[in-house]
Design a protein around this ligand. Structure first.
Ligand code: T3D
Length: 270
């Protein structure tokens, strides 16, 4: 079953086989963010969270880019000054927190260049796949800005302080292979295979145990801030919750009956 809605021209949403595909759709501007796209993405995320048939989420870009961060066509500092802190507080920070706490597995499918906050969005997803032609352009320093969209935190977590500093201070542009080597992405595919592989992954996640998956992501996201002792306590609590779920019952029953577990059926399969 496939359904498509377009909350705005700037975002496209498709729902099929238990997962949603959200496409950033301003290809002429390399899918950079204006206010309309921020608002449309927020509405779309609300919609996919509320939809029980959505059990995994792909985020990708239309055309040759993934996302070039803020739309600079909307900025002309020769004519006026801007309170960029306000944009970050109103749009980017809520988006980053939303992606982290969304409760369903997210996959960034980086089809082309990601720059500035576009990298932040990709790295806020649980799994990042990218095309062999994709690149990751830090960009902020070139226009006199500071990395945002959580990147000062995420990059340090992923690549370590020394590499994070060098990447942003030199305004580095990483190729897909370098991003893979640095641990920013999970897998690199040839462009014409990328979406097929993403769909396979999203379908597999959608058919997995939803509660266990959500709790696993939550536990891993909390790990960096917790002591081992705190994390052990949290694991016990999450395991208790997962252990009471129908998915656990089905998983163990399937094991004992020597058959694959069935955690999810599309509504029209009932
Ligand atoms: O302002 C605030 O609210 C604060 C928030 C900040 C968050 C941020 O993300 S700050 C960082 C903003 N982003 C950038 O600085 C990236 C700017 N773009 C680039 O550096 C390069 O375009 C890329 C490295 C991303 C890609 O380079 P390349 O050579 O592959 O493509 P290109 O030819 O430069 O761009 C293709 C088109 O996309 C081009 O339009 P044209 O000439 O064909 O009509 C270019 O102007 C447009 N484009 C690319 N990035 C943006 C953009 N248009 C608007 N905003 C962009 N960010």
């Amino acid at each position: 079953m496939t359904s498509e809605t377009t909350p705005s021209n700037t975002i496209q949403l498709t729902i099929q086989d238990g997962f949603a595909t959200i496409t950033l759709n301003r290809p002429k501007q390399l899918n950079s963010f204006n206010e309309e796209m921020h608002n449309a993405l927020a509405t779309t995320l609300d919609e996919v969270v509320a939809n029980e048939q959505v059990r995994a989420i792909i985020i990708t870009g239309e055309g040759k880019g993934f996302c070039a961060g803020q739309d600079l066509g909307n900025r002309d500092p020769r004519k006026q000054t801007y309170d960029l802190g306000q944009t970050i507080t109103e749009f980017y920070n809520p988006l980053m927190k939303r992606l982290k706490d969304i409760g369903k597995p997210t996959i960034a499918v980086v089809n082309g260049v990601a720059a500035g906050a576009g990298i932040g969005i990709a790295l806020a997803c649980d799994i990042v796949l990218c095309a062999d032609k994709a690149k990751f352009a830090m960009a902020f320093g070139k226009i006199g800005l500071v990395p945002d969209s959580g990147l000062t935190w995420t990059l340090v977590q992923l690549v370590g302080l020394a590499r994070a500093k060098a990447l942003v201070l030199t305004n580095a542009t990483l190729s897909a292979e370098q991003a893979l080597e640095y641990g920013l992405v999970w897998k690199v595919y040839e462009s014409d295979r990328l979406m097929d592989e993403a769909i396979k992954l999203a379908t597999a996640l959608a058919h997995g145990p939803a509660l266990g998956t959500a709790l696993t992501i939550k536990a891993l996201n909390q790990a960096t801030n917790n002591s081992l002792e705190k994390q052990l306590e949290l694991e016990a609590n999450y395991q208790r919750e997962a252990g009471y779920s129908d998915d656990y019952k089905e998983g163990v029953t399937a094991f004992l009956e020597k058959r694959p577990a069935i955690f999810y059926k599309e509504k029209n399969e009932y």
